[in-house]
Design a protein around this ligand. Structure first.
Ligand SMILES: [Zn+2]
Length: 141
């Protein structure tokens, strides 16, 4: 099309991609005004984060990662998670995201392990284990 370098950020927002359609479906507040966007701790239903906080890291929102013990985790990346507290010292050992060190992220209320907070000199994000979050607050099931 042109001799410009391909901008990877533009590719992320390709209007024809499934990912973009999915994000738009999530963000489509007008079509589904009562859709619950808040995400709660599965164990204690404390508010952890919000689907509006979802971000793309290294090409995807969701990542499947294995730790050195062979356990795999399906995580989603979030800009913030105010319901989490951090545990332990930051380390870059076995990190899943190049350039980021990590600490364990726990539910601030019940201390359930919800994921990890990834930190770099230019910013950070949360990688939260998706099946440990729920959109049900537990108040009106
Ligand atoms: Zn909890």
């Amino acid at each position: 099309v042109s001799d410009c370098a391909v901008n990877p950020w533009l590719l992320l927002f390709d209007p024809e991609s499934d990912e973009t359609r999915r994000v738009h479906a999530t963000v489509g507040a007008d079509a589904t005004p009562k859709r619950e966007k808040r995400l709660f701790c599965v164990s204690c239903r404390t508010l952890i984060t919000n689907q509006d906080e979802r971000i793309t890291i290294q090409g995807a929102h969701e990542h499947t990662c294995a730790n050195p013990h062979g356990l795999t985790f399906h995580i989603g990346c979030f800009r913030s998670a105010r319901g989490c507290v951090h545990f332990g010292d930051a380390t870059a050992e076995h990190t899943w995201f190049k350039g980021y060190s990590w600490r364990i992220a726990l539910c601030a209320q019940c201390q359930a392990h919800l994921g990890w907070v990834f930190e770099s000199p230019t910013g950070g994000f949360y990688g939260l284990i998706l099946d440990r979050l729920t959109s049900h607050s537990g108040n009106n099931n």
